[in-house]
Design a protein around this ligand. Structure first.
Ligand SMILES: [Cu+2]
Length: 379
């Protein structure tokens, strides 16, 4: 008995914890306001199903309670022994399942047509975006806009404070948004660089698994209005699964075109810089390295290189001090254990800067300077 009571109390405490979690504060009782026609249709199906099931629930429970009350034993009610011989007794076994099936098919039919719309993108030209899941960030490549690339990573509580954004956006905000123009059809091609992830933005009515080695397709049929739509990774993808939110920013067509143009200029500049045969000074590499490290490596190894949990510390570690540059580079390029490989998502200059930074920051002071051409050679 006492054990049962304890269990009940801990269950109540658990429910209390779940209900009071700040993460839930953002959620209402219903679906988020649909932002695309297909999301509206999904919500309509949900509402239809809810109405049908509520009506059925009321009818069924009315009959159950009425029967229990009216036909209770204390009233001296005698069961009808001939029920199965009457017309209703004979046919109810057919009529009830037929009615239930009819209701099911009503729901299934509308659900099927919406599902088909979600699954099959129309064969017409539209903006195409490759969505790549990484441990633990998102990469968006605008295939039809000249391959413009966006890397999207979570904002820490400090980042939010620095940007003057409210703290309750923590776990819901990222540095670079997935920008989309309003009113345009957009096709998404989903894949992953490492493990299973899933791209999920409820307001847009889309969710798709990101599977390494496969490409899956989803599409949206035009966002209604400008605004911010938040989502998250919906497939358990490792220790930082909860730390890869998605933020879609819908902007006017013109603002989108301007943004793409700016992105192209910045990208061409970065490519030219990375491919120049320039020999970089240590200070230049350290500055670049710190920017990249803080953004891409500090999530696990910490800003001060102190690591933690399964992530080794780099400050004063043999790998980043007395160990050879080649071994150090190899791990950054190819990954190790839970550490992802960075070869494909950083260029030679960025990798040279990061390794230089790791070998000289936090008192590591090896004096080693790694040039982009060294990275190229060890790829
Ligand atoms: Cu994920």
């Amino acid at each position: 008995m006492e054990n049962g009571m304890k269990r009940l109390l801990s269950f109540a405490a658990l429910i209390g914890l779940v209900i009071s979690t700040p993460v839930l504060a953002e959620y209402g009782l219903n679906f988020p306001e649909p932002a695309t026609p297909v999301a509206t249709e999904i919500k309509d199906i949900h509402n239809l199903t809810m109405i049908i099931s509520t009506v059925l629930l009321v009818i069924v429970f009315t009959i159950v309670f009425y029967s229990l009350f009216t036909h209770r034993k204390s009233r001296g009610f005698e069961p009808d022994q001939e029920f199965h011989k009457g017309t209703f007794g004979k046919w109810s076994w057919v009529l009830v399942p037929v009615t239930v099936l009819g209701v099911d098919l009503t729901i299934a039919d509308s659900a099927q047509s919406v599902l088909e719309k979600v699954w099959i993108a129309p064969n017409e030209e539209m903006i195409e975006i490759k969505v790549v899941g990484h441990q633990w960030w998102w990469e968006f490549v605008y295939l039809t806009e000249g391959g413009v690339k966006v890397e999207s990573r979570i904002l820490s509580k400090k980042d939010l404070a620095d940007r003057g954004q409210p703290e309750n956006l923590y776990l819901r905000a990222v540095d670079n948004h997935l920008k989309l123009p309003v009113g345009k059809n957009v096709k998404f091609l989903h894949t992953s660089d490492d493990v299973l992830h899933a791209f999920w933005v409820p307001a847009l009515g889309m969710k798709k698994d990101a599977i390494p080695g496969y490409i899956q397709e989803t599409w949206i049929d035009g966002i209604y209005k400008e605004g911010i739509y938040r989502g998250q990774c919906a497939e358990m993808c490792g220790t930082k699964h909860a730390f890869m939110p998605i933020v879609v920013e819908a902007v006017s067509e013109q603002a989108f075109a301007t943004w793409i143009a700016e992105k192209k200029v910045a990208r061409d500049k970065a490519i030219a810089e990375a491919n120049s045969n320039k020999t970089w000074t240590k200070d230049e590499l350290m500055a670049k390295g710190k920017t990249s490290y803080d953004k891409k490596c500090a999530a696990c190894h910490k800003v001060d290189g102190s690591g933690g949990g399964p992530f080794p510390k780099l400050a004063g570690s043999p790998m980043a001090t007395t160990g050879s540059i080649a071994d150090h580079m190899n791990i950054v390029l190819k990954g190790k254990g839970v550490m992802p490989a960075w070869a494909s998502s950083m260029d030679d200059l960025e990798l040279a800067a990061v390794v230089t930074y790791e070998r000289n920051a936090w008192g590591n002071d090896t004096g080693d300077v790694i040039q982009p051409k060294d990275v190229k050679a060890s790829r």
